[in-house]
Design a protein around this ligand. Structure first.
Ligand SMILES: Nc1nc2c(ncn2[C@@H]2O[C@H](COP(=O)(O)OP(=O)(O)OP(=O)(O)O)[C@@H](O)[C@H]2O)c(=O)[nH]1
Ligand SMILES: [Mg+2]
Length: 193
């Protein structure tokens, strides 16, 4: 733990936390964008192998992922991926209060989509998270504006003007857009309004 404190303590201007369900692509997104080798705590997971929605995934994040990304002007952003599995939720309470922005990654192709979205927003609201926030919906065609409307209506009940976009965690430009939108959204409490 001492070593991790040193890593997390250096002079980053922002910290962005990736949250979202098991297997949605948090670790993938972090790896794709990080300028440094990602500190990763993935372990073999029998659930991962059994979960038919996440084909080919054999590991899960047990503590957190850590990476960094630099804006062209040199501003450094620390990127943290926290585990999607509920039994690892203690990591949230460590990471969320330190974060300047949150990206909530969601599945766009499995039902009930909005119930899952609500569950995650409630989890953030319960922790009294105060943050900039963006929602990145994965596994959707790029021209899915109409399909994002129900997400926008739901998110607006929790956080003013949080952007909702489609993003593929395997594409660096999409991940970058999600991070930038999170960092430029209003800083506000996440609570059921
Ligand atoms: N087909 C498809 N696969 C995707 C997409 N996004 C992510 N994936 C795949 O889904 C898997 C996501 O795995 P991880 O990145 O480990 O997921 P995670 O959110 O870190 O999972 P936990 O840490 O265990 O909660 C990877 O195999 C990705 O390649 C997508 O848009 N389409
Ligand atoms: Mg992970």
């Amino acid at each position: 733990m001492t070593e991790l404190k040193i890593v997390l303590g250096h002079s980053v201007a922002h910290q962005v936390v990736f949250v979202g369900p098991f297997g949605v692509g948090k670790t993938t997104a972090l790896r794709v964008i990080s300028d440094i080798p990602v500190v990763n705590t993935d372990v073999d997971s029998s659930e991962a192998m059994l979960d038919s929605t996440v084909q080919g995934k054999t590991t899960t994040t047990a503590a957190f992922d850590y990476g960094e990304w630099r804006f062209p002007d040199g501003t450094q952003v620390a990127l943290i991926g926290v585990p999607g599995q509920e039994r690892f939720e203690a990591m949230w309470d460590v990471m969320l209060p330190r974060s300047s922005a949150i990206v909530l990654w969601l599945y766009g192709d499995r039902d009930p989509k909005l119930a899952e979205c609500r569950k995650w927003m409630n989890a953030l609201a319960q922790r009294k998270a105060v943050a900039r926030l963006a929602i990145a919906v994965t596994r959707m065609p790029a021209d899915s504006e109409a399909a994002l409307e129900p997400y926008r209506e739901l998110i607006a009940q929790y956080h003013p003007l949080a952007p909702v976009i489609t993003a593929d965690p395997r594409e660096s430009s999409d991940v970058l857009q999600a991070i930038t939108m999170a960092l430029t959204s209003p800083y506000a409490p996440i609570e059921q309004l």
